[in-house]
Design a protein around this ligand. Structure first.
Ligand code: SAM
Length: 252
């Protein structure tokens, strides 16, 4: 895989998705796109989904990292690959007016969409920054919690993402991410396919390698809080080898 080509392809894919009204991401492909149903299947409550900017839920996640993160009033939370902002808006409610939720995304059209959502719905404690999660536009030791939803699998340098996550977290901070990993080998043609990579499958790491990459960055108490077979069309042909996981890890 050519890193630059892959990253550009991912950026172009999500730029196109951000600019369509009825988006079709990786968890949904079909003529009818029911975002509420997809959101519930991924792990959000109906209440969560109904109290969000409507355009923030694009059916692009594979879990609900905010539910796992035990966010408290006053905390600063960072969302890696924030898309149209769904998890940033949910996190913003939890951290309240004394806290802050920051989203980072490398796709300008996604950042624009998230910013427009924030303005339309009057969110004051959110910020969306354009940038790559391999080189986060975030200060050292400045964040209490990091969340991410179906994004790190898209990175061409996962070790670097976890190193950066460690750098920006405060001591005692936590990493709580939802992502896709594999159990068993994927066919070569899937690994080589840019479409499969952009759909969060081709770049998914084998589960133990994913955890190892987090540990290598310095995190402690790395564990899988929950896992399930990723039961969406893009993974159907792959015999249950694609798993959706929630991972927690700490900077101590
Ligand atoms: C599958 S979507 C998930 C969006 C969002 N987390 C959600 O659940 O709706 C992936 C997002 O990650 C962004 N992304 C992918 N690779 C990235 C990278 N290396 N750095 C920053 N953003 C990235 C894409 O632009 C896209 O908005």
């Amino acid at each position: 895989m050519d890193e630059r080509k892959t990253k550009n392809f991912v950026k172009e894919t999500y730029s196109a998705i951000a600019q369509t009204e009825s988006s079709c991401g990786c968890s949904c492909c079909g003529d009818t796109v029911d975002f509420l149903a997809i959101g519930k299947k991924i792990g959000y409550s109906e209440n969560d989904l109904k109290n969000l900017p409507e355009a923030a839920n694009m059916g692009l996640g594979c879990g609900n990292p905010v539910a796992l993160a035990s966010l408290k009033e006053g905390e600063t939370v960072l969302d890696l690959g924030s898309g149209a902002g769904i998890d940033v808006f949910l996190a913003a409610k939890k951290v309240g007016s004394t806290g802050k939720a920051i989203g980072v995304d490398m796709t300008q059209a996604m950042v624009d969409r998230a910013k427009a959502n924030a303005v339309d719905y009057g969110y004051k404690n959110v910020e969306f920054r354009l940038g790559e999660i391999e080189k986060m536009p975030v200060d050292d030791d400045s964040v209490d919690a990091i969340i991410s939803n179906c994004v790190i699998n898209l990175s061409t340098n996962k070790d670097q993402v976890f190193k950066e996550a460690y750098r920006v977290l405060k001591n005692g901070g936590r990493l709580m991410v939802s992502d896709l990993v594999t159990e068993g080998e994927l066919p070569d043609e899937v690994r080589q396919s840019l479409d499969a990579w952009a759909c969060c499958i081709g770049g998914a790491l084998e589960k133990q390698k994913y955890l190892e990459s987090i540990r290598k960055a310095g995190f402690k108490d790395v564990k899988i809080a929950s896992e399930a077979i990723y039961d969406f069309d893009v993974a159907k042909e792959l015999d249950g080898k694609i798993k959706s996981i929630h991972v927690e890890a700490y900077k101590k």
